[in-house]
Design a protein around this ligand. Structure first.
Ligand code: PMP
Length: 452
């Protein structure tokens, strides 16, 4: 049994990310103790299928001894090496080369961060530097997409377009602009082409309004994750990429969620048939075993910055950039992906989407969407009108609890959307259980007095 003192200590001392401090104090922590494959065990011994891979990050699944061994061996040999002063170590060099080889086009230059937020933040700094180096320092305006998420740093949180990350924090800044999301389920436009044309037109209008020689970059998630798993129409990402080329602004693909097999291939951009100017990754890069993120730059971005700086240092970097232990883990995880996990993820993803699709007949299911091992079920009380669940149902907590009681961890978005991002190692039985347990939660929710 979990001693009450642990819950009490957490309540008194540990500040949880993106949580209501008061709400968390009231509910208390649920402590997880161990995990294997796609199953986590809590401190009371309850086993749950982790349908969200931690925080859409443990793509390879839990308990890979070879990953543990790679980290331990690196720690034994060389636990730390700085990249300052022209120093380095083997694992990050090999990892950068391996990623450059596998990434789309000429995204050949890789800067390692500690996670996704600081990868995004680093792109803002590199992009500002790039335009300075090009002699266009006035290109300092950034555009992203409503319902997008690009992390939680002081600068990145303003590219994020979720009110909870802005209210009370004084962001977004004046140089951070948004265009509408494609959000197909709730888009008044119906055909894919209409939605694509409208987004391109909105981006062009936004750039014209800001000033066409003022805009630095445009940020896109290949699939919007934290906004509710919003899958764009086929061709939307490419159309936006092409529009940026035409407008002469940099296009940044934020693949923090979609990278490393989440949607099928190693990178979602490959499937879209595009090469972004910069790309960010994290999460699946190390499968959550240790922290690491990455910024990929195309040759022209790297060269421009290099030429601009000349002999001067480009003053951006962290103590833990290119950490050797994280890199050793990432190299091992990459082996696992390529040794069968990507393939398993593709099969399991098709099964997951087909399974969730069978829930469409449920009175509460308005939409089912996804790609690969990234999916969502959007709940409504009236399918015709697409009426969202009433807030009184408290999806983020009550529906999460209900899934938990069924032995399933999902992401339960406040607007009544269940998000799924299971580890790529899931078996057929685990995928089927995710679907069945979801149906049970839907049936229970239908009985809520707030719904009837
Ligand atoms: N970008 C995207 C698209 C993300 O989904 C996230 C995290 N969910 C981030 C950036 C930030 O990553 P991190 O939480 O590792 O800082």
């Amino acid at each position: 049994m979990l001693s009450n003192s642990l819950i009490e200590l957490d309540r008194q001392h540990l500040v949880h990310p993106v949580s209501s401090f008061r709400g968390h104090e009231e509910r208390g922590v649920r402590v997880l103790r161990s995990a294997k494959g796609a199953t986590v065990t809590d401190a009371e011994g309850r086993e749950l299928i982790d349908g969200f891979a931690g925080l859409w990050c443990v793509n390879a699944g839990y308990g890979h001894e070879s990953v543990v061994e790679a980290a331990a061996e690196q720690m034994r040999q060389l636990p730390y090496a700085t990249g300052y002063f022209d120093l380095g170590s083997e694992a990050p060099i090999r990892l950068a080369a391996a990623l450059a080889e596998r990434s789309p086009g000429d995204l050949n230059h890789i800067y390692f961060s500690l996670g996704g937020s600081d990868a995004v933040d680093s792109t803002i700094r590199f992009i500002r530097y790039y335009w300075h180096a090009k002699g266009q320092p006035d290109r300092d305006q950034f555009i992203s997409v409503e319902q997008g998420y690009h992390g939680s740093t002081t600068m990145g949180a303003g590219l994020t377009a979720l009110p909870g990350f802005h209210d009370g924090f004084g962001v977004p800044y004046q140089w951070q602009h948004k265009i509408s999301s494609h959000y197909t389920y709730r888009n008044p436009l119906t055909t894919d082409q209409e939605i694509i044309d409208a987004s391109v037109a909105e981006l062009k209008a936004k750039v014209a309004a800001i000033g066409e020689d003022k805009v630095a970059a445009f940020y896109v998630e290949p699939i919007q994750g934290s906004g509710g798993v919003l899958v764009p129409p086929k061709g939307w990402v490419k159309a936006m990429r092409d529009a940026c080329a035409e407008l002469d602004i940099l296009f940044v693909a934020d693949e923090v969620i979609t990278g490393f097999g989440r949607t099928g291939p190693l990178f979602a951009c490959a499937e879209e048939g595009i090469v972004p100017d910069l790309m960010t990754c994290a999460k699946g890069l190390t499968s959550g075993y240790v922290p690491m993120g990455a910024v990929f730059m195309r040759d022209h971005v790297y060269e421009t910055i290099a030429e601009g700086a000349g002999a001067k240092a480009v003053g951006h970097g962290f103590t833990y950039s290119a950490h050797p232990v994280s890199a050793a883990v990432a190299l091992e995880v990459l082996k696992l992906y390529e040794g069968g996990l990507l393939e398993n993820g593709r099969k399991a993803g098709a099964r997951l989407l087909a399974g969730l699709d069978t829930l469409r007949d449920h009175p509460l299911v308005g939409d089912v969407r996804g790609r690969g091992m990234l999916a969502a079920v959007e709940m409504v009380t009236d399918k015709e009108r697409k009426t969202p669940l009433p807030a009184s149902v408290q999806p983020a907590t009550r529906l999460f609890d209900r899934a938990w009681e069924q032995g399933l961890i999902v992401r339960s978005f406040a607007q009544g959307i269940f998000g799924y991002a299971p580890p790529l190692c899931c078996t057929d039985a685990e995928i089927d259980a995710i679907v069945e347990r979801t149906r049970t939660v839907l049936d229970q929710t239908l009985e809520d007095p707030e719904i009837r």
